[in-house]
Design a protein around this ligand. Structure first.
Ligand code: CU
Length: 142
């Protein structure tokens, strides 16, 4: 009984010994490649811009947007106040407007600060109706 336990523990330790260097190699490889964008699902409708959370982490972020409304909408993400004042304002809009049930996506490299997600259609009319959502981007923990 006791000897079996010793053998089992020994196997576990060997497994730990052999798997650790492989994991370290994988992490190093991942660190060299461009980070995979985090996906945020955005829903547009009359008259709201909805996201599952209003606190996002800095880094490349893909806004997967669906128009669940009856009118045509689109999504614009722009920085309000960036923590690093030397950075230029961030502003990006979906490549095309979305009709009912259409989907579109764009990737924005978010830096820490405050932002607004709006629908710029109607020269600000949709925004004034409520299609504006403030969100915050926080630094990614090292
Ligand atoms: Cu709109």
């Amino acid at each position: 009984m006791r000897s079996k336990q010793v053998v089992f523990t020994g196997v576990l330790m060997m497994a730990a010994f052999f798997t650790r260097p492989i994991d370290a190699t994988r992490q190093a490889a991942a660190g060299q490649a461009a980070p995979t964008p985090v996906v945020v699902e955005v829903t547009l409708n009359e008259w709201k811009v909805e996201m599952p959370t209003t606190t996002l982490k800095a880094g490349p972020t893909t806004f997967k947007t669906t128009n669940a409304g009856e009118k045509t909408h689109t999504l614009k993400v722009e920085s309000d106040k960036l923590e690093d004042k030397t950075l230029k304002k961030i502003s990006k809009e979906l490549p095309h407007d979305l009709k009912t049930n259409e989907k579109g996506e764009m990737t924005v490299d978010l830096k820490p600060g405050t932002y607004k997600a709006t629908c710029p259609i109607g020269l600000g009319a949709h925004k004034r109706h409520g299609m504006e959502l403030a969100f915050t981007v926080v630094a990614r923990q090292p």
